[in-house]
Design a protein around this ligand. Structure first.
Ligand code: HAM
Length: 420
């Protein structure tokens, strides 16, 4: 197939047969976020490259290997968003929202871009639904974020037994420094067996050693020191508060001391939503108390998560309502009937009904074949007799039941909509 009829590698067309799933998740995400007080924000698809270097981190795989970076015509380095947190934080600082009423709660649905090796559930263009809170340095804030995501999974009918909420605490910069030291001491013993990237990680950011995807490097993770053993007392207390908050809401979770996350901005709480069947991580997040200051704002605690919408759709348990189909097709035979059909359709559309009629000039037989193909739930055929008598027969396309009704929008609507 030629290049122009093939989507770029790692991208997905979201076709009409699938789009209702995205709309359903996005609709629920907006509805639930609204109830928790998260207001939507939309940020540009590209940002200054420096933003991601400073936030996601220079030594992360995302920044080192996965960003779509380009120079614009004035030579400015820009990057397609690899994630939503940095942009939301930048916009909150730039707009001054972050100095307004705190806590500030924002949410977004945004396309993200990462040059990763495409495989099932891993794309180069994907969609994140994210929620971020600024100005609340409490375990309760992190509990609320998890509760929001849990609410969404529940509304999608994903049973608790099919996924895990894995949590961890990666401590504050002070206790993490101790951990990094211990990690470096541990890994130095295997330095000659590590890949080139890991050599650099060993010097610059030992925690990134735990993200290495090279199988040979992965084997050393097993016995590496774990961060929870290095949490200082205030960090332990924070984590205990987080766990008891989840307990009080009956939200099930497991502690996984190996979660360190692949982005550098995290402090304290981190978590991942993991499908039990195949280990797919369909959402993740955590606290990032240092980021706002790092980006030039006043020191402000922050926390959030992002869910991969494509990954949620791929979960076999997620339940979606069926795609919508037209409520009614009104076929017309002849000029007078065609013009009446158009008028009736217009009236029905104005009343909120999905109504269709012929716009091609087809025979009645071809119109009915089309009505069948597009899945119209009801149909009506109008000819000269119907125009004359101002009545017609409405047919339920599935049950084949028929009913004679007066030919006006209101009576047609009454005949096809269930009035309980
Ligand atoms: P992340 O773990 O890099 O975190 O991505 C969050 C979610 O985005 C993943 O759990 C996954 O569902 C989805 N995702 C990531 N990469 C891909 C991909 N290549 N293809 C499909 N889906 C993908 C973040 O991005 C943080 N900004 C989360 C956060 C928000 N932390 C605090 N606030």
């Amino acid at each position: 197939m030629g290049l122009i009829t093939k989507a770029p590698r790692g991208t997905l067309d979201k076709l009409p047969g699938e789009i209702h799933k995205y709309q359903h998740i996005e609709g629920l995400a907006r509805e639930i976020s609204g109830r928790y007080g998260y207001r939507e924000i939309r940020t540009p698809v590209f940002e200054h490259t420096e933003l991601f270097k400073r936030s996601v981190g220079d030594t992360t795989d995302i920044v080192q290997k996965e960003m779509y970076t380009f120079d614009d015509k004035k030579g400015r380095s820009l990057t397609l968003k690899p994630e939503g947190t940095a942009s939301a934080a930048r916009a909150a600082i730039e707009s001054g929202l972050i100095n307004d009423a705190l806590p500030l709660k924002l949410c977004y649905i945004t396309n993200c871009y990462r040059y990763e090796a495409p495989q099932s559930g891993r794309y180069r263009e994907f969609t994140q639904f994210g929620a971020e809170v600024y100005g609340a340095n409490t375990p309760t804030c992190d509990v609320e974020l998890i509760a929001l995501a849990y609410d969404l999974f529940t509304r999608l009918r994903i049973p608790d037994e099919r996924y895990k909420i894995e949590i961890n605490s990666i401590g504050c910069p002070e206790c993490r420094a101790e951990y990094q030291k211990a990690l470096r001491e541990y890994y130095v013993g295997f330095a000659d067996k590590l890949c080139g990237d890991c050599h650099e990680r060993l010097n610059r950011n030992p925690m990134r050693l735990l993200d290495c995807k090279v199988p040979n490097c992965g084997q050393f993770k097993e016995n590496a020191p774990t961060i929870l053993d290095y949490n200082c007392d205030p960090c332990r207390e924070f984590f205990a508060g987080f766990k008891s908050g989840l307990d009080s809401l009956d939200i099930p979770y497991t502690v996984n001391a190996r979660i360190v996350r692949g982005l550098d901005y995290y402090t304290n709480t981190v978590f991942e939503f993991v499908a039990k069947d195949n280990g797919l991580v369909f959402g993740a997040g955590g606290r990032y108390n240092g980021l706002i200051k790092e980006l030039g704002g006043n020191a402000t605690a922050a926390s959030g998560f992002a869910l991969g919408i494509e990954r949620i759709i791929s979960l076999p348990e997620a339940v979606f309502p069926p795609p919508e189909t037209p409520d009614i097709y009104i076929a017309g035979l002849g000029e007078a009937a065609g013009s009446l059909a158009l008028k009736l359709v217009q009236g029905l559309r104005g009343a909120g009904v999905w109504a269709e009629c012929d716009i091609v000039g087809r025979s009645v037989k071809a119109q009915m074949r089309y009505a069948d193909k597009i899945g119209a739930r009801f149909s009506v055929v109008i000819g000269d007799n119907e125009v004359e008598s101002k009545t017609a027969v409405v047919k339920n396309m599935q049950t084949k039941e028929t009913r004679e009704v007066a030919l006006d929008s209101f009576n047609l609507m009454k005949a096809i909509l269930p009035f309980e």
